[in-house]
Design a protein around this ligand. Structure first.
Ligand SMILES: Cc1cc2nc3c(=O)[nH]c(=O)nc-3n(C[C@H](O)[C@H](O)[C@H](O)COP(=O)(O)O)c2cc1C
Length: 174
C-alpha cells in the first residue's frame, strides 16, 4: 500500500486536491494507496508527542503507525516561505526511533503559487530523507503557479499531468 502524505495541515489545501488526483493516477495502474493528512494529527501534538513525551500521544501514535506500515510514499509538498511546511518537519521530529523511513522509498511533488514550484522545499526535504536513510525518486515534478494551472479541482496543464503520470510509473518500478 502506497502512502500519499499531504505535506500541510492547512484546511482545504490544494495539496490535498493533488493527493486525490495522484491516488486516481495510481489506481489507473492497479496500485492501491492511502491518503494521510497532517491535518488529522492531534492539535496539541507539539506539547504531547515530542521529546520527553515521545510515544505518549495515542492520536499521534495511531497516525504514525499508519505511516510506519508504508513501504513507499508520495509526499505532496506546498512551498511555504521558500521551503516545506513546518508541520511536516514537526511530524518527522515526533517519530519514534528507529526511524520509520530507513530503507524505504518515496517520490516528491512540489507546488507553489509562485514560479518556484516548491523546488527548494523538495531539496531541503530530500536532504532530510537521505539523512534518515530513505531513497528519493530523482524525478520531482514542480507545479509552479498552481492556481493558474487548475480548474474545478483538476489540473489543466498537460505537462504537469504527464509529469505526475511518469513519476507514478517510476515509483511503481522503484
Ligand atoms: C504560510 C504560507 C506560505 C507560503 N509561501 C509561499 C512561498 O514562499 N512561495 C510561493 O510561491 N507560494 C507560497 N505560498 C502559496 C502556496 O505555495 C500555495 O498556496 C500552494 O501551492 C498550495 O498550498 P496549499 O496546499 O496550502 O493550498 C504560501 C502559502 C502559505 C499558506
Amino acid at each position: 500500500m502506497i502512502k500519499i502524505i499531504v505535506g500541510t495541515n492547512r484546511k482545504n489545501s490544494l495539496s490535498k486536491t493533488i493527493a486525490i488526483l495522484y491516488q486516481e493516477i495510481l489506481l489507473e495502474r492497479g496500485a492501491e494507496s492511502e491518503i494521510l493528512e497532517l491535518e488529522q494529527l492531534p492539535a496539541d501534538f507539539i506539547e504531547t508527542a515530542l521529546y520527553e513525551n515521545n510515544g505518549k500521544n495515542e492520536g499521534y501514535n495511531a497516525f504514525h503507525n499508519r505511516v510506519k506500515e508504508g513501504k513507499k510514499f508520495v509526499f505532496i509538498v506546498p512551498e511555504y516561505n521558500g521551503s516545506f511546511p513546518g508541520i511536516l518537519k514537526t511530524f518527522i521530529d515526533g517519530m519514534t526511533y528507529p526511524n520509520t523511513f530507513r530503507n524505504k522509498k518515496c517520490a516528491l511533488v512540489g507546488l507553489s503559487s509562485g514560479i518556484g514550484g516548491g523546488g527548494i522545499a523538495l531539496s531541503h526535504l530530500t536532504d532530510i530523507f537521505h539523512y534518515l536513510g530513505m531513497h528519493v525518486l530523482a524525478l520531482k515534478p514542480k507545479l509552479a503557479k498552481i492556481e493558474q494551472n487548475m480548474s474545478d479541482n483538476l489540473l489543466t496543464n498537460r505537462l504537469y499531468l504527464d509529469l505526475l503520470h511518469t513519476q507514478a510509473d517510476m515509483l511503481l518500478e522503484f
